[in-house]
Design a protein around this ligand. Structure first.
Ligand code: DSN
Length: 425
C-alpha cells in the first residue's frame, strides 16, 4: 500500500475513534437520534447489504431473493402486529422518503394540504422547502395555540371547510403532546380529505403503548423513521389503512425507492423483535425521564415550554433560552461541556430566525436506552443550571458529565447488554 493510502486510512480511523471517544464521554440528547444494540448491529452487517431486492415479496426483478423475501415478510408481519396496522410497507430508506411516498399516494400536484409550520414543530419535508414542495403541493399552516402548544382545531375546521385541503399532515419534529388526530380525521371525512401522521419522533412510544396510535384515531397513513424512539437503524416504515395499500406500495416502488438497503432491513427486523419484548418498559421510562428533566429545569428557573400541559408527554423537552443568548449560543456552550443537543425554532419565532432561534430541544431517548432514570435527569438539569445560569467553569463541568456518563456505558432494553460506543479491532 502506498504511503498516502496508509496516511489517509490512519486519518479516517483516527476521526472515527475520536468520534466514539467523544460520545462515550458525552450526553447525547439530540431528539432524533438513538443508539442500536449489539444485536441490531450484528444484523446490520449481513451480506444482505450487498444485494438488490426491487419489487415486493415473491415478485422481485432479480434472482437470489429467497431469504430476503423471508426476512421482509417477517418484518411486515411483526410490524403489523406491533402497530395494529392493516397494511405495512417496510421499504422506505428514510423518513423523508416515506413522506414523499405518502404525498405521491395521497395527493396530486397543486393540491392544497395543511401542515404545522416549522416554528410550530413541523418537519421540513411537510413544507414547501422539501418533500411537499417537490410534489408541487400548496401548504397552509394550521393555526396554533402557543400557550397550549396545540393546533387550534375549531379554526382549522373553519379554514378546511372553506378551502378544502386534500390532506392534513400531523406529527412533528418538535412534539411535546398528542395531536388532534381524531378531530381532524372527522373533518377530513366531511371534505373527502385524508390524514397522514409523521410518527418519526414518537414511533417507539407508540410501539411501547405510551403515546397516541394515530391509526386507531382515524389517520389513513402513518409514516415514521425507525431510529429515534424506535430501536432500529436509520430507515423508515409506512403503515396504512387497507384501502390505500396499493397506492402506498406503488408510490414506494417503483415510485421513490429502488433497492431498499437490505442490511438495514435485517437490522430493522431485529429491532422490531426487541421492541415487542422491551418497548413498553422502555417507553414508560422515556416519558418519566423527560417529565422529570423538564420539571427540574423549570424548578431551577429555566423557561421550559409547555408549562400549561405539564411540559411533555414524549421523549422531548423544549426550553426558551432567548434570555440566555438564544438557541445557537446555548447549544454551543453545552457542546463545550459534552452535552449534545440542538437549537430549535419555537412557535413564537420567525422562520427567518434559523441562525439563532429562541429555543433548544432535547430528547432523553438515548440516555434512557443507556439505563438513566429520574435521579440522573435531576443531575443533568443541575449541570445545565451550573453551566448556563451559574456560569461555572467548562473544564469542571465536562468532568462532571464524563463521570455521570461513565456509569452508563451499556445498552439496556435488549436481550444481552453490550458496550455502547466501542468500535474497531
Ligand atoms: N431533522 C430531524 C429532527 O431532528 O427532527 C428529523 O429529520
Amino acid at each position: 500500500m502506498g504511503s498516502n493510502s496508509l496516511e489517509f486510512l490512519s486519518r479516517l480511523e483516527n476521526s472515527v475513534l475520536r468520534h466514539h471517544e467523544f460520545y462515550k464521554n458525552s450526553l447525547p440528547m439530540i431528539a432524533s437520534e438513538n443508539i442500536t444494540s449489539g444485536l441490531v448491529r450484528r444484523f446490520y452487517t449481513t451480506d444482505f447489504g450487498h444485494r438488490y431486492a426491487e419489487g415486493k415479496v415473491g415478485k422481485r426483478f432479480y434472482q437470489g431473493c429467497e431469504f430476503i423475501d423471508e426476512v421482509e415478510e417477517l418484518a411486515i408481519n411483526l410490524t403489523k402486529k406491533l402497530f395494529y396496522a392493516d397494511h405495512v410497507n417496510v421499504q422506505p430508506i428514510s423518513g423523508v422518503v416515506a413522506n414523499i411516498a405518502g404525498f405521491f399516494a395521497l395527493t396530486k400536484p397543486s393540491d392544497l394540504i395543511m401542515a404545522l409550520s416549522i416554528p410550530c414543530g413541523g418537519h421540513i419535508s411537510h413544507d414547501k422547502y422539501s418533500a411537499a414542495g417537490i410534489r408541487g403541493l400548496k401548504v397552509k399552516h394550521y393555526p396554533f395555540n402557543n400557550e397550549e402548544m396545540e393546533i387550534d382545531v375549531d379554526e382549522t375546521a373553519r379554514i378546511a371547510r372553506r378551502e378544502r385541503p386534500k390532506l392534513f399532515v400531523l406529527g412533528s419534529s418538535l412534539i411535546l403532546f398528542s395531536q388532534p388526530v381524531k378531530e381532524l380525521s372527522e373533518v377530513a371525512s366531511e371534505i373527502s380529505a385524508k390524514v397522514m401522521y409523521d410518527a418519526s419522533h414518537v414511533l417507539g412510544l407508540i410501539a411501547g403503548k405510551q403515546f397516541q396510535n394515530p391509526l386507531k384515531e382515524g389517520a389513513d397513513v402513518v409514516t415514521g423513521s425507525t431510529h429515534k424512539t424506535f430501536f432500529g437503524p436509520q430507515r423508515a416504515i409506512i403503515l396504512s389503512k387497507k384501502e390505500i395499500a396499493d397506492e402506498i406500495d406503488r408510490a414506494v416502488f417503483p415510485g421513490v425507492v429502488s433497492n431498499h438497503h437490505l442490511n438495514t432491513l435485517t437490522a430493522y427486523t431485529a429491532s422490531v423483535i426487541e421492541m415487542i419484548e422491551f418497548g413498553e418498559e422502555y417507553a414508560k421510562q422515556v416519558v418519566r425521564n423527560a417529565k422529570k428533566l423538564a420539571e427540574t429545569l423549570y424548578d431551577l428557573g429555566f423557561n421550559v415550554v409547555g408549562e400549561n400541559r405539564g411540559f411533555t408527554e414524549t421523549h422531548q423537552v423544549a426550553v426558551d433560552v432567548s434570555e440566555l443568548g438564544g438557541g445557537a449560543k446555548v447549544a454551543k456552550k453545552l457542546e463545550k461541556i459534552n452535552v449534545v443537543l440542538n437549537m430549535n425554532l419555537l412557535p413564537w419565532d420567525s422562520i427567518e430566525n434559523t441562525s439563532n432561534p429562541s429555543g433548544i430541544r432535547m430528547g432523553v431517548q438515548e440516555i434512557t436506552r443507556l439505563g438513566m432514570k429520574e435521579g440522573e435527569m435531576e443531575e443533568i438539569a443541575e449541570i445545565f443550571h451550573a453551566c448556563l445560569i451559574k456560569g461555572l467553569e467548562d473544564v469542571a463541568l465536562r468532568e462532571r458529565v464524563r463521570e455521570l456518563k461513565s456509569e452508563f456505558s451499556k445498552i439496556k432494553y435488549t436481550f444481552e447488554e453490550e458496550e455502547a460506543y466501542t468500535w474497531g479491532r
